[in-house]
Write a protein of this length. Structure first.
Length: 282
């Protein structure tokens, strides 16, 4: 990492990253360990531990687990910090939704352009985020990809969440990075679709020829929160909106329900995903 990138990270470090850095330093010194010693214990270099303690490179999820194991004293501090460190890494417009998503009882997503971020592979996410504009520094790209992939813990959370994804067929046919990355993503999507708590459906390219296409207004994510409130998350051009007014939420929920009825069945959708994943491109 360049000196400029380190300085930028220090300046932009969120409150959680700064608190974790201070606690890690205090716990390390309390137990009489040097940075090189903690590095050897956790599998990192002394410079990586130093970068974490100065916020030049905030702790990764993997590092937090190692710190909890080696110097956490059973307090659970670093384990608890994982969620909030992850929130610090998300774009500002996504932060309010991210914690809600992680604790959701049910999550129902309709996406028209790309595979929903919750279902993305690391390679697909990297190609998608890295190919955007304006171009991001490598360190920031790594951070965003890691944060996006960390969202996948929702699939295996206990108690589990019910997750539903409806994709426009165009999202299944639009590659990012390479055809190999695209096919890897489709295979991963197919595997996720076979989870007991997941349903994936596809809206056919030909839906608009049937006189009605309820999904023409664009993406939405419906969430039932842990308090059993219902909200809708909308995002376009890096701007987001959380809708909680019951009449509007109800209208969007009815539209989503109509999209579901117009989509292929889960079985036919999975067959289409497998078919597209197996297509060879030149």
């Amino acid at each position: 990492m360049t000196a400029m990138a380190r300085a930028e990270n220090k300046a932009q470090a969120g409150g959680t990253a700064r608190l974790v850095a201070s606690l890690a330093r205090a716990l390390r010194e309390h137990q009489g360990f040097t940075q090189p010693e903690v590095g050897r214990m956790t599998g990192y270099t002394a410079s990586a531990i130093s970068a974490m303690e100065t916020c030049a490179q905030p702790a990764s999820d993997k590092m937090l687990l190692a710190l909890e194991r080696e110097i956490g004293l059973g307090l659970g501090i670093f384990e608890e910090a994982r969620t909030f460190i992850r929130l610090d890494k998300y774009p500002p417009q996504f932060k309010n939704f991210a914690l809600m998503e992680a604790e959701a009882v049910t999550l129902s997503s309709y996406q028209t352009y790309v595979i929903d971020g919750l279902f993305q592979t690391a390679n697909y996410a990297r190609a998608l985020i890295g190919g955007g504009f304006p171009k991001l520094p490598d360190a920031k790209l790594d951070e965003l990809v890691e944060a996006r992939i960390a969202r996948r813990t929702l699939f295996d959370r206990d108690p589990g969440a019910m997750i539903e994804l409806i994709l426009d067929e165009t999202a299944l046919r639009r590659p990012f990075g390479s055809w190999e990355i695209h096919q890897e993503q489709l295979r991963s999507l197919a595997e996720d679709a076979e989870r007991d708590n997941v349903s994936v459906q596809v809206v056919s390219l030909e839906r608009g020829l049937k006189g009605s296409h309820a999904g023409a207004h664009g993406n939405m994510v419906l969430v039932e929160t842990k308090e059993h409130h219902h909200v809708v998350y909308l995002e376009i051009e890096d701007q987001s909106l959380l809708v909680s007014e019951p009449p509007i939420v109800a209208q969007l929920a009815h539209r989503y329900a109509k999209i579901r009825t117009q989509a292929l069945s889960p079985e036919d959708s999975l067959s289409l995903i497998h078919k597209l994943a197996g297509e060879e491109r030149t």
